[in-house]
Design a protein around this ligand. Structure first.
Ligand SMILES: [Zn+2]
Ligand SMILES: [Zn+2]
Length: 71
């Protein structure tokens, strides 16, 4: 790691949206709960990734389970 000109976007920690534990922004899984730290729906039918507040898949129209189908 360089002592100067440090850009901290990758080391920035964010609260896991599932369990609240701190996880690195670029982490693929939360160290505490093992899920992707940002709550995103993944359509089980076609694999489309949608925001957590989406009610249904934009691609195939499958309705997401409330609080489920997370990445
Ligand atoms: Zn977590
Ligand atoms: Zn879909």
């Amino acid at each position: 790691m360089r002592p100067t000109g440090r850009k901290s976007t990758q080391d920035e920690e964010v609260a896991c949206q599932h369990c609240g534990a701190l996880a690195y922004r670029d982490a693929r899984v939360c160290r505490q709960c093992g899920k992707f730290p940002v709550a995103l729906h993944r359509c089980p039918h076609c694999g489309f990734i949608a925001p957590a507040d989406a009610e249904r898949c934009e691609r195939c129209g499958r309705v997401f389970m409330p609080g489920g189908d997370y990445l």
